[in-house]
Design a protein around this ligand. Sequence first.
Ligand SMILES: *Cc1c(COP(=O)(O)O)cnc(C)c1O
Length: 421
Amino acid sequence: MQKKPFVSHEKLKEITAKYPTPFHLYNEAGIRQTARDVYGAFSWNKGFREYYAVKACPNPFILRILKEEGCGVDCASLTELKLAEALGFSGDEIMFSSNETPAEEYEYARKLNAIINLDDITHIDFLAEHGGLPERICLRFNPGGELLIGSVYMGQPDASKFGMTRQQIFSAVQTLMQRGVRRFGLHALLASNAADNTYYPANAALLFDLAIDLHSRLGADIFMVNLSGGVGIPYLPEQRMPDIARIGEAIRETFEKKMAAAGMENTVLGTELGRFMTGPHGCLIATAIHKKHIYKEYIGLDACAVNLMRPAIYDAYHHITVSGKEDELCDHVYDVVGSLCENNDKFAIDRALPQIDDGDLVIIHDTGAHGFSMGYNYNGKLKSAELLLHPDGSFSMIRRAETPRDYFATFDFCDILKGVL
Ligand SMILES: *Cc1c(COP(=O)(O)O)cnc(C)c1O
């Protein structure tokens, strides 16, 4: 089975005539459509907001598109907050869902009046000292145990470092109410890349129950339930995209049954989708530059795990299309590899593909989230450019490629490297 790239061979030729590979290419039309689908799915909830998880694709041009579509941002570090600030996000448009948070990050988040999402009960005093307690706050819940939806095992919250126990949530709310906090949000992220329609409604039900308990036992005003991220995408060609309209509808039914019945119909829903928003709308474009035959057949690319780390660290599948050979028979079996001195630097292992020749353009799919942003600089390899394909077929550079000067920039306090700059 094949996956259809969002960019044609002709367009890719046009783009690579101007910008050398490797680069990540994003599809503006796709990103806007997904944002509209998400807002459509939750339009029944007044005040709903998607807080795009900035770590998935921290590019200001991408964030600007999402802002135009009505999204807020979910940040977890000082630099992510600064990105948000530069783009004009503030107040309720920013979730600060951090953990093990340094003092200056809480201070910065408070300055922007972001919605602080407290990861731990001990952070109440810490935040009070560093930035001060706000009027409204969100609390991150970890239900512990094993997460089963129906009979499907979804993960092990009790082995996750995030969030507070149920008991801690109750004491945190009590303490915070005594200390003047008036409104509360609840948040949980219990799965990653859940590519079906059941995870999000299950997470919603869990949080609605907690919200109702807190409201009825402590009189807490629950202004928001934040379902966080974790909705997956079809990396494999035989998988399907989760049906966000159906997911939204299932959550609406639970909301009616639980929240509305408890008189909490004004509670606003939030999401912090990252992967689902942009994952399928990005790809890594590389050129095949070497062919090697030893015990296996290798295709060497001009990209490497520095540009896309997921296959190396998660064994993740990313579909590959050889541009211009979409209709050719996949009668060769290759390991498609990068240039790091690391044997896990393989984009694909034993993958059936058409014959690949030096100079062929290779499209590595679904890199629009947790792709470029996870990159690192091992072997002194440099990060690539990012390009944006606009709805009218034009394209532009939205981040230039790194140069050695960028790599050496942190030695600007001395002149040892002056000779190579
Ligand atoms: C990573 C993360 C997300 C986004 O996760 P996706 O899998 O990309 O949807 C949302 N919220 C928090 C707090 C996260 O850490």
